[in-house]
Design a protein. Structure first.
Length: 105
């Protein structure tokens, strides 16, 4: 029930901010905002449950999508895909460095 409450508060704030003209709000923008929040929530939840590097890519994707919607940065589709791929590589590199495996034994 807490998750539903948080979702309703988030939706209400976006509708309010859209009505006030703080953020542009059309139907597809609303859908993209929901996706951005979903990705951010998923990333934070994975970091909380599984540890630091897990969920970093999802959180980053949500933040990048929010920045695109707020018109802070401009990225096309392939730029967005490339940034997600780069963040995935960073996440895998952090995970690799955090494990204590020895390859040359």
């Amino acid at each position: 029930m807490k998750t539903l409450g948080i979702i309703l508060i988030g939706m209400g704030l976006f509708i309010l901010f859209g009505a006030l003209g703080i953020i542009p709000l059309a139907f597809w923008h609303f859908i993209l905002w929901l996706i951005a929040f979903g990705l951010g929530y998923s990333g934070i939840k994975d970091m909380w449950r599984k540890g630091f590097p897990e969920g970093l890519t999802s959180l980053f994707a949500g933040i990048i999508l929010a920045l695109i919607l707020l018109k802070v940065i401009e990225l096309g589709f392939w730029g967005f895909v490339a940034s997600i791929a780069g963040m995935w590589l960073v996440q895998q590199g952090i995970k690799f460095l955090m494990t204590r495996r020895r390859f040359f034994t």
